[in-house]
Design a binder for this molecule. Structure first.
Ligand SMILES: N[C@@H](CCC(=O)N[C@@H](CS)C(=O)NCC(=O)O)C(=O)O
Length: 285
């Protein structure tokens, strides 16, 4: 057991509380500095980073482009959350919550934030990856909102205490490991009966879930594969393989990526040809 903590009567902000995100976390909203966001030539402007939440959107945009929707052409600008780019005045204008991903649609001057809302917006705008028939559409939204509600337990809960907290503590790691394994079992049982999350067709629910739980079962998430015995989830593993074989998924996960092998990092994407010419291995020679 760890040392007991007695909360004070009133919580106060200690700027340096330790942990990986100590320097960027604050208890207040709003910008820290004045800076406009860059704007490129394409209809959609994306401000993001290739975390699982960011990858959801770049996968969707690449899937739409693969279907020939030229209106889904996009500029993907890098937001370095470790450097506090999400607190610029320009970013706060597109997302008052100061979290990536955020998007601006220049065709109707609309801001879209929250990754689930961006997926839904793009699905509605282009009429793709969201069934139109009520029952199938509802099932797709059930799983999309399940993911949006569940992933914070995986990332902000389990991932934070297992990988990022300044000390390893048994209570929070146990609590969130239990919950994450329960979530994995929910998905595994569902995918035993269904090819994709919403049934027979690949939808925005799969695109949202793959970067989180797909990554977990291949052992990549927080390097906790062995700890969580992820090999047990054979139906998630089958689904994960199916999704990761899609070329648009392979491209989408490279955009705004700043870690991992250099050939998989495309820091900014402004043209389809950037995947061939502007990955970090090519730029660094
Ligand atoms: N519910 C949000 C969560 C977005 C989110 O948590 N983004 C993280 C990166 S994955 C972020 O921008 N963190 C920066 C910060 O907390 O200051 C969504 O789905 O878009």
């Amino acid at each position: 057991m760890t040392e007991e903590y007695t909360p004070p009567k009133v919580w106060t902000w200690e700027a340096e509380n330790g942990g990986t995100f100590a320097s960027i976390n604050r208890p207040i909203a709003g910008p820290t500095h004045d800076k406009d966001l860059p704007v490129g030539k394409h209809p959609l402007q994306l401000y993001s980073l290739a975390t699982p939440n960011g990858q959801k959107v770049t996968i969707m945009l690449e899937e739409l482009l693969a279907l020939g929707h030229t209106g889904a052409e996009y500029d993907a600008w890098l937001i370095k959350i470790g450097d506090g780019d999400q607190f610029s005045s320009g970013f706060v204008d597109v997302n008052p919550n100061s979290k990536i991903p955020a998007m601006f649609d220049t065709t109707n001057l609309m801001r879209v934030f929250e990754s689930g809302s961006i997926l839904f917006y793009l699905a509605e705008k282009f009429g793709e990856f969201l069934p139109t028939e009520l029952a199938a559409r509802t099932e797709c939204m059930n799983w999309l909102l399940w993911l949006q509600g569940s992933a914070p337990y995986l990332g902000g809960g389990f991932g934070h205490f297992y990988a990022y907290a300044p000390t390893k503590q048994e209570y929070p790691i146990n609590r969130f490991a239990m919950e994450v394994k329960r979530q994995l079992d929910v998905l595994d049982q569902h995918l035993e009966e269904n090819e994709y999350l919403a049934g027979d067709t690949y939808t925005i629910a799969d695109m949202a879930t793959w970067p989180w739980y797909g990554r977990m079962v291949t052992g990549g998430g927080y390097e906790a594969g062995e700890f969580l015995s992820v090999h047990e989830y054979e139906h998630i593993l089958r689904w994960e393989k199916q999704i990761s074989a899609r070329p648009a998924v392979q491209r989408g996960q490279m955009v705004n990526r700043t870690s991992g092998p250099l050939e998989g990092q495309l820091h900014e994407r402004h043209d389809a040809s950037d995947f061939d010419t502007k990955t970090e291995d090519k730029l660094q020679g």
